[in-house]
Design a protein around this ligand. Structure first.
Ligand code: SF4
Length: 868
């Protein structure tokens, strides 16, 4: 069996993976991002590479088509739209999932040959506010630091970042650093208490969008305590006085924190020179996200705490190649190699290097505006690559309609059934992770290879290759690349232009790689100048990229918080530990689906009382754009007035539970990033007449008023609810289970309105269905484990394990499928540390992603004992 070093396709940590040809994966100990660690998602990659659900052949209007006719049609329709309506009538919407080489070709084709900048990426949803904040402060989109800084900091501030679930390996590095240096302090700034908060010495539950007030307050205090680094500011920074004056005019209590909490934060931040402030989607995905970024950068610039070991601001990206997309100009307002689209000299130099017939002269449409232009009929041809905007963008239903409104639409994707593909005319089968070859850049500017270790199935094809084929059909020269290595060399050579302009992005040292060198390329942090050392930090000695060489501090005003009587609650959308984006890949792994198997909304108990909602009932979350139906989870983790819902579920997994259907399309005015964490909504109890839970060996997609399905070891599990009591429970059960054959065992209690149905074939359980007028109380883990066994239907319909088979409870450790009941028993039996729980149950001993939850269970148990 052969081994291949590649890179995880999920988050922006960019972990190295060793993949075997049979699909077995392990962490790459030599990779500087993870040193052998993988999280639960990375560890389960081998379970997601089967061909089930793959798009394997081109399709035109739902019919199989040849590559020739598909590419001809794409080229003809794009060419026709450009000829009739001009270059700005076409658009690409690309993705942080595609590789740098794909991004490079897409950007070159759109900006240099079609002559429009209508290319934007789903990275707009992830970190556009960080990009805009960096450019305003530094004059370039430069991440100054490295992952080591997080470990070397004396005070690590995590703002709007649930690192434990969204960047788990980076979180594990922080946990290890804190264990080695217990004096290290971690501060978590987040309106919501998360798994990350459990590590923090100080959790500051700010009010939503209270970040700018907090960091303006910090800047004021930095000045009051004479902690300004005047030498650094005088030499390298402009805008200090105006920024300080703006900060001083703000009331820090607008952050929602008490004077004591503010004091504790100031003491720690100002009292330790080695401070790193990490920020993520909680900062970026906001209508004032760019201002929040600059409020943070202001504090680091004022103290000169930037670009040195263990200090600096650090933006972590959500996607595996969000950084590569930024570098290559994948955003509608950027040019390749961090050059500026609005700078005529930059445009001319790039056009000369490309020898291209034209060059876009103005920024194109950013994601939300792009789909609005689709809705308005301004876009005549649209190509969506490796992304699912009909789920991931705000106003998801409106986006689906907007795509349908475009006269000609193309989607290149790995999977057949996505919410977006359902709206498109032409589907092009894309090669996926494990099949394609190229490079990605992680959050610390480290370029790593994604290498193939599987054959490309059927007619699937690399994204760059299909784009080159279309470009050639449109009559463009400059797309005759023999390999992805040739694209990378051209890209690296183009960075000489950036270097000549004195820009940060210089990888000229990689421009002469042979194909063999490219194949063997080890992870390398940019800059990689020719003949000089690579990597390192930026800005310790100034050297910013504004014309005067200085950084700019910006005066930051606080956002205006308007009360909305019709939609009084704020919906914060985000991610869960074991799923990735729209679940097209991670949803295939049964063990990843057991951790949180259903869409939910966290509601504070006070709000639940006010709205008459009980735990585990269903709730309608509504905004002017749409409604999501979600399971109510009452918790003090969210503040009164705030809700939290994960964004992963799609039409394939839960059509009613698509959270972004209820997120309005508000954006940050500077970055264009959608405010996915602050939509104004209302909630109401969903009036279900019955609730059901079902498991089946068949794929289920029960079209009931509410439904959600998840992959299980031997089939599928489903939560359902209806608004009308069925006349015939067996028929209802069979319809939901997708089982027409087999023997049915039915228990029905008309008095209570409950029913239970078991289906067996030749003594083997093929389906179980439980219904009741209130949320069904059966052990999901136990019932799911019965599928495909010869358990008696009577025992199975009890819905809980007998004394001979303990119920493990809901899965906490996905790697070893250890349930919460097993863990509680072990804790009661004396395993009162994470290590002891691991010894006893194996939980947390593989990827470690569940360690925060293990610690929370131990803490809860100890508190209970102390209270007794
Ligand atoms: Fe992949 Fe997890 Fe590493 Fe992110 S932290 S790159 S999801 S293994």
């Amino acid at each position: 069996m052969s081994s291949t070093c590649t890179t995880c396709p999920y988050c922006g940590v960019g972990c190295g993976v060793i993949a075997q040809s049979d699909g077995t994966v392990s962490g790459d100990e030599s990779h500087p991002a993870n040193f052998g660690r993988l999280c639960s998602k990375g560890s389960a990659l081998g379970e997601t590479i089967d061909l089930e659900g793959r798009l394997l052949h081109p399709q035109i209007n739902g019919q199989a088509a040849s590559w020739e006719e598909s590419l001809d049609l794409v080229a003809q329709k794009f060419g026709q739209a450009i000829a009739e309506h001009g270059p700005d009538s076409v658009a690409f919407y690309v993705s942080g999932q595609i590789l740098t080489e794909d991004y490079y070709v897409a950007n070159k084709l759109m900006k240099g040959y079609i002559g429009s900048a209508n290319i934007d990426t789903n990275s707009r949803l992830c970190m556009a506010s960080s990009v805009a904040g960096h450019k305003r402060a530094f004059g370039s989109d430069t991440v100054p630091g490295t992952y080591e800084d997080l470990e070397e900091a004396d005070v690590l501030v995590l703002v709007g970042s649930n690192l434990a679930w969204c960047h788990p390996v980076l979180y594990q590095r922080v946990v290890a650093a804190k264990a080695a240096r217990p004096e290290m302090r971690v501060i978590n700034v987040d309106p919501r208490r998360t798994a990350t908060s459990d590590l923090a010495d100080l959790h500051l539950a700010i009010r939503p969008d209270g970040d700018a007030a907090l960091f303006n307050g910090l800047l004021t205090e930095i000045a009051t305590r004479d902690a300004v680094n005047h030498a650094y500011v005088d030499a390298h920074v402009t805008g200090f006085e105006a920024s300080l004056a703006a900060a001083q005019s703000c009331d820090p209590s607008e952050s929602g924190l008490s004077a004591e909490e503010l004091r504790a934060f100031y003491d720690l931040w100002i009292g330790s020179e080695k401070v790193v402030t990490v920020y993520s989607q909680g900062v970026n995905q906001s209508a004032c996200g760019t201002d929040k970024v600059n409020a943070i950068l202001n504090c680091h610039l004022a103290t000169g705490r930037i670009g040195r070991a263990g200090m600096g601001p650090f933006s972590v990206t959500g996607q595996p190649n969000a950084m590569g997309g930024r570098e290559v100009g994948g955003l509608a307002n950027m040019l390749a190699c961090h050059l500026d689209l609005e700078n005529a000299a930059h445009r001319d130099a790039v056009q000369a290097a490309w020898n291209s017939p034209t060059m876009a002269e103005k920024p194109g449409l950013k994601a939300v505006d792009l789909f609005q232009a689709c809705a308005d009929g301004k876009i005549k041809a649209l190509w969506i690559m490796s992304t699912n905007p009909a789920v991931s963008l705000p106003d998801a239903n409106g986006v689906a309609e907007a795509i349908r409104n475009v006269p000609f639409t193309v989607s290149s994707d790995m999977m057949v059934e996505t919410d977006t593909n359902a709206c498109c005319d032409v589907l092009l089968p894309a090669a996926g992770w494990g099949e394609k070859s190229g490079t990605v850049t992680n959050s610390e500017r480290r370029i790593s290879r994604q290498r193939p270790f599987l054959p490309v199935p059927a007619e699937a094809c690399a994204d760059w290759s299909m784009m080159c084929d279309v470009a050639k059909r449109m009559g463009f020269n400059g797309f005759d690349y023999p390999s992805e290595a040739a694209i990378f060399r051209e890209y690296a050579a183009l960075s000489q232009v950036a270097a000549d302009f004195g820009r940060d992005f210089d990888i000229t040292g990689l421009s002469d790689l042979s194909d063999a060198d490219y194949d063997a390329l080890k992870p390398v942090q940019w800059p990689v100048p020719k003949g000089k050392a690579s990597g390192g930090r930026f800005f310790a000695e100034g050297g910013f990229y504004h014309a005067d060489g200085k950084a700019k501090m910006l005066p930051i005003a606080l956002p205006v918080q308007n009360a909305n009587e019709t939609y009084p609650l704020r919906l914060n959308t985000g991610r869960i530990r074991d799923q990735w984006h729209t679940m097209t890949r991670s949803g295939k792994a049964a063990r990843l689906s057991q951790h949180l198997a259903e869409p939910f909304v966290e509601i504070h108990p006070e709000d639940a009382v006010a709205y008459g909602i009980r735990d585990a009932e269903l709730v309608e979350v509504t905004s002017p754009t749409g409604t999501s139906i979600l399971r109510a989870l009452l918790t003090h983790r969210v503040q009164p007035g705030a809700l939290f819902a994960p964004m992963h579920w799609t039409n394939s997994f839960s059509a009613p539970g698509r959270a972004n259907a209820a997120v309005p399309s508000e954006t940050d005015p500077v970055s264009g990033q959608p405010a996915l964490k602050g939509g104004a909504v209302q909630i109401a109890r969903f009036d279900a007449k019955w609730f059901g839970f079902a498991v089946s060996v068949n794929t289920m997609r029960p079209a009931r008023p509410y439904w959600a399905v998840a992959k299980a070891a031997n089939g599928w599990r489903a939560e359902v609810a209806g608004c009308k009591i069925p006349q015939n429970w067996e028929a209802e059960a069979r319809a939901i289970l997708g089982l027409t054959g087999g023997d049915a065992t039915l228990f029905e209690d008309p008095a209570s309105g409950s029913a239970r149905v078991a289906i067996t074939e030749n003594g083997v359980l093929t389906g179980l269905f439980f219904a009741a007028p209130t949320p069904v109380a059966v052990s999901r883990q136990y019932v799911t484990g019965l599928l495909g066994t010869e358990q008696s239907p009577l025992q199975a319909l009890a819905g809980r394990a007998g004394a001979d088979r303990p119920d493990p409870g809901a899965t906490v450790c996905s790697c070893f499928e250890v349930g919460v009941n097993t863990l509680k028993l072990a804790i009661e039996d004396g395993a009162t540390s994470v290590a002891a729980l691991g010894d006893r149950t194996c939980a947390g001993t593989n990827c470690g992603s569940c360690k925060p939850e293990l610690q929370a269970l131990i803490d809860a148990s100890l508190q209970k004992v102390a209270a007794e």
